[in-house]
Each structure stands twice: as C-alpha cells, then as structure tokens.
Design a protein. Structure first.
Length: 216
C-alpha cells in the first residue's frame, strides 16, 4: 500500500489591503480608505484583534489627513484599544504633535487614562517632548495626575532625565513632594538615577531633601 498523503489544510486568504481599513489607515492610504468607508460607514468604529480602530492606527502611525477624515466621519476619539490606550495616548507615545493637537481640538479628554492610570501627560513626559507637555497642560491636563503606581508626570520626566520638561512642570505647579507607591518623590528618583542637574533644580525650588521614602 502506498503511503497516505498528508492532508493539507488550506490557509485562509489574507484580506486584500483595499478591504482592510486597519491596514489602509496604518499605511495612510486615504483614497482607498474613503472608498471603503464610503461603502461601509457603519464600520467606522469596528476594531481589529488588538482592539484598535482605524483612527487608532492613523494616530499611532502619524497620518494626519487620515485621522481628520475619520474624525469628521464620526470615529470615536475616546476609543480604548489594547492596554486601555486611546488615540491621544498613541499619538503622544509616538510623538505625533499634529495628531495630538487635532484630537484635543476635537474634544479629546487630556485626562483620560489607560489601564495603568497613565494620562496623555504621563506619556508626553516619559517621551520628553516639551511642546506636547505645554499643549496638553494648556488644554487642561492635570499636572499632578497620578497613575496606578501613584507616579505623577513629574516622576515620569525625572525617571527619564528630561530636564526641560521637569522645569516646565515645576513652572506649571507640579507638586514636588508627591510620592509614588514606594514613597519616592521626584528628588528621590533623580538622586537614585544620577540626574544631578534635576536634583539641583528640585532643591532650588524647595523640594525637601530630608523627606524619607518607604525604605527610610
């Protein structure tokens, strides 16, 4: 008897790019995206397996004209994708200032949080982008917002050594004595990470050098 041939399972064909709104948005192919949603407008807020909408992909990848079109068509600017990240969080994380500006102008909440409690300002401070920090605060971002680890934007900027951002946060009234879950102030963080310039600036602005953290 001859050997039985192994059964070959046919793989499902991948969707053509012109029928995949997520890829169209991710690559900024606006003409085909308009054609797709012109025929399927009810799907403007559909999600992929990552929980991302077309708008999320446009904001992640920096496609302003695509994002404008989608928002004009009613895309949800507060949609939470993986990790609870909204379009504005993705735009801040990827440092797309023009997209952050668009979303804020269209009413995005600068104090909305992801699943870890981070606001857009936390993301902007972690990235060290001064223009984004100013833009967000001017649009109502809470300079002393705390995430689930009770880190403030000042903690985030200090962790990554973004001196210009630290200075600006202090200018806007950041609480120098705010502590994370380990009891660390921004000064503790700066001292631990060796950012001496930030340490000096915090002390010059009357941050307490005597305050102990949870470890004493």
């Amino acid at each position: 008897m001859g050997k039985k041939k192994a059964e070959v399972k046919e793989e499902p064909e991948a969707a053509a790019i012109d029928s995949d709104p997520f890829r169209l948005a991710a690559f900024g192919i606006i003409d085909l995206l308009k054609k797709y949603f012109g025929e399927n407008m009810e799907e403007i807020n559909q999600t992929d397996k990552l929980g991302c909408t077309a708008l999320v992909w446009a904001c992640r990848n920096g496609h302003l004209s695509v994002a404008e079109y989608l928002v004009d068509c009613g895309a949800d600017i507060e949609h939470s994708s993986y990790g609870g990240m909204r379009p504005i969080h993705h735009a801040c994380n990827a440092v797309h200032e023009n997209l952050v500006s668009l979303l804020l102008d269209r009413g995005a909440n600068p104090n909305a949080t992801d699943e870890m409690g981070n606001t857009s300002l936390h993301w902007a401070c972690a990235r060290g982008v001064l223009n984004l920090v100013i833009m967000l605060i001017d649009k109502g971002a809470d300079v002393n917002a705390t995430n689930d680890h009770t880190c403030t934007p000042l903690h985030k900027a200090t962790i990554y050594g973004h001196f210009a951002v630290v200075k600006k946060l202090i200018h806007y009234g950041a609480d120098l004595e705010a502590t994370d879950k380990e009891g660390n102030t921004a000064l503790h963080v700066a001292a631990r990470t060796g950012f001496n310039q930030i340490c000096a600036h915090l002390v010059a602005n009357e941050a307490s050098a005597k305050k102990a953290n949870n470890a004493g």
